[in-house]
Design a protein. Structure first.
Length: 279
């Protein structure tokens, strides 16, 4: 009763795939849906597409798995827990197994950003582990891992030991834009550049240009999101990160209309932008 090509509306996201793909995993929820004889029992949207009330963005990985029973995720994928929950809902036990072991080993960023600063860990735990691993490495070996690994290498001046990890640079700005979108926007300068990450990394990169007044006496192995820089040039911050061996891996920006000017039709917008760097 089903056509060869099927259109799906999953949480507002439209997917077009073949019927054999949807029934490629016997016993799964999609297999049960698209092997039944009563087509009219399935929910449809206003355009006649089959509707599934789940996360439309994560469904792309479910559908990819249905095609060839393999899992390929982007680097530093932050939503393994949610994808595992979707796999459980669609009754894909093998996909659940693929996701479960990697939660603690590879997803070092974690799915809950509030857990990035564990209070129960001893400040010396990472340092002890790093010294042990560094001594066991060959001089040219490189190990990577956010926050807890050490990069060793012999340079012209001796051994260079650098801790790997993430640093996030964020800033809040504003700009005025008139009703006519062709007019030039009027931007204000960046008022403050925020620094988020491990205290020891932030101090290593920015040194005396780092303002610690909002979070003084923070232990070096702990994390903070309250530091900011004493200068207001993003390019200067990027240069310091590049000199320290960091590379940008992600960025994100949001903008909201704060209010409209009483005398004109100009609207004042506020924006917040973050850049994530990794070494």
């Amino acid at each position: 009763p089903f056509p060869e090509i099927i259109e799906l509306n999953v949480g507002g996201q439209v997917y077009i795939t073949r019927h054999p793909t949807l029934v490629s995993v016997p016993g799964s929820l999609l297999w049960e849906m698209f092997t039944q004889k009563n087509v009219h029992s399935l929910a449809r949207d206003s355009k006649g597409r089959f509707f599934v009330d789940r996360d439309g963005f994560l469904f792309r990985y479910i559908l990819d798995y249905m095609r060839d029973q393999q899992l390929v995720l982007p680097d530093h994928f932050p939503e393994r827990n949610r994808l595992q929950r979707e796999a459980e809902y669609f009754m894909l036990p093998e996909l659940v197994k693929m996701l479960a072991p990697k939660l603690s080993k590879q997803n070092s960023l974690g799915d809950d950003p509030c857990q990035s600063d564990p209070e129960e860990l001893s400040p010396n735990t990472d340092a002890t582990r790093n010294l042990t691993s560094a001594s066991a490495m060959l001089p040219s070996a490189v190990t990577g891992g956010p926050g807890g690994s050490v990069t060793t290498g012999v340079g012209a001046t001796g051994t260079d030991v650098r801790r790997a990890g993430f640093i996030t640079i964020g800033y809040r700005g504003s700009y005025t834009l008139g009703r006519d979108s062709q007019t030039d926007a009027k931007f204000r300068r960046v008022a403050r550049i925020m620094v988020c990450g491990k205290t020891s990394l932030a101090k290593e990169v920015f040194g005396d240009t780092l303002n610690e007044s909002r979070d003084p006496d923070r232990p070096p192995e702990r994390y903070t999101s309250r530091y900011y820089l004493k200068f207001t040039f993003l390019e200067q911050a990027f240069d310091k990160l590049a000199d320290a061996g960091f590379h940008m891996v992600a960025c994100n920006s949001t903008g909201t209309c704060a209010f409209a000017h009483d005398q004109t039709d100009d609207r004042i917008w506020t924006s917040y932008t973050e850049y994530v760097f990794y070494r």
